[in-house]
Design a protein around this ligand. Structure first.
Ligand SMILES: *Cc1c(COP(=O)(O)O)cnc(C)c1O
Length: 374
């Protein structure tokens, strides 16, 4: 699904030097490289504060702790997401409230979101799924109307632009009260281990979250509240500083591959290609098709026989997961998400796909789909 080796080889010298310099410096934790990367990312995102942390899941948890959400507070997110979003809500004893998504964007349905708001709702977690932004203006308007916090899950959308009706742009994760991202190796800005970051323009909240990631410590060995230990290490920061320079180039390469796929599949009646909404750019963390009238698991198997990986993101919606089983929800409650879980398939998507590979993949997909239709 990804080709991290070829990507690494293209910048091997730079990366190796950055890593060896950290080893040589012995500043492995909270070294100058962490601060350097933080500053570079603040500039890239045009956001006041970036708080590096250990992974994207922690970023979400720290955001909720920093905002002071309390057990019983309701937090709304979608049922069609990676588990981390819902997991941290549950871990903090907050109440996850799930809503359906739109089939054309895979992102939160605004009408369903509005309907899910109750007097107990404290926050919304829009997930910029697969690499394109949620309708953030509408989300922020709704948040203002009901006095809610917005925590953007930008783990799959770093570098994507949200476009306001007047044409101004802001980076995914910098519009809500807090934004969260992950540097997991296969993410669009991936390090060579685990990593994550939290973004905010709010000085007081930034100070609080900086303390949360550091054991609730403001003055050394004085702990004002319960925190966690969540750090980005210096080696990962050094790698990320190198890779950040290429992030926009990577997005272009991903878009080029997506365009090739879209062109190849556009006239096929059984494959629905992903759309890019007018209010966002797309960084194609995933390229996800909706299949119609075929057994997509069989398609996945057939593709594997030709050494073409394909993945199902996601096979089971959150309301149908054992861990998040909740009497409030049952099968059929979120028809769009449930339809997607049964019909989506994601094709290889990364920065190193060339035309020969794309042709091989698309030819095989079309052949197999037609075979399955016979
Ligand atoms: C990857 C991801 C996370 C979690 O990131 P980790 O770094 O793996 O903890 C959270 N939300 C979404 C939508 C993700 O894709």
């Amino acid at each position: 699904m990804v080709d991290l080796k070829s990507q690494y080889l293209k910048m091997k010298e730079e990366i190796d030097k950055a890593v060896l310099d950290v080893i040589d410096s012995t500043a492995y934790i909270n070294g100058p490289e962490v601060k350097n990367f933080q500053t570079s990312l603040e500039k890239y995102l045009d956001v006041k504060h970036v708080i590096p942390c250990a992974n994207g899941t922690d970023a979400l948890q720290v955001a909720m702790m920093g905002l002071g959400l309390q057990p019983g507070d309701e937090v709304i997110t979608t049922t069609f997401t990676f588990v981390a979003t819902v997991e941290v809500i549950a871990l903090l004893k907050l109440t996850p409230v799930l809503v359906d998504v739109d089939a054309d964007t895979f992102n939160i349905n605004l009408e369903a979101l509005r309907k899910a708001i109750t007097p107990k709702t404290k926050a919304i977690v829009p997930v910029h799924l697969f690499g394109q932004c949620v309708q953030m203006k509408e989300i922020m308007d709704l948040a203002k109307e009901y006095n809610l916090y917005v925590i953007e899950d930008a783990c799959q959308a770093i570098g994507a632009d949200y476009i306001y009706p007047d044409g101004t742009r802001k980076k995914a994760g910098t519009i809500g009260h807090v934004g969260c991202t992950s540097f997991f190796p296969s993410k669009n800005l991936g390090c060579y281990g685990d990593g994550g970051a939290i973004f905010t323009n709010d000085d007081a909240l930034a100070a609080k979250m900086r303390a949360v990631v550091n054991h609730g410590m403001v003055v050394r060995y004085y702990h004002d509240f319960v925190g966690v230990n969540s750090r980005l290490d210096s080696i990962q920061a050094a790698i990320l500083r190198v890779k950040l320079q290429y992030l926009d180039e990577y997005a272009k390469a991903r878009n080029k591959a997506a365009l090739y796929y879209n062109e190849a599949f556009k006239n096929h009646p059984n494959l629905i290609t992903p759309e890019i909404a007018s209010y966002t750019t797309h960084v194609f963390h995933q390229y996800t098709l909706i299949t119609k009238g075929i057994d997509r698991n069989k398609l996945q198997e057939l593709l594997a026989s030709k050494d073409i990986p394909a993945m199902i993101y996601y096979p089971v919606a959150m309301h149908m997961q054992k861990a998040y089983n909740d009497p409030r929800y049952k099968e059929g409650d979120f028809p769009v998400a449930e339809m997607l879980c049964k019909s989506v398939i994601s094709l290889p998507m990364h920065t190193e796909l060339d035309e020969e590979q794309l042709k091989y993949i698309t030819d095989n997909v079309i052949n197999f789909v037609n075979e399955l239709l016979k």
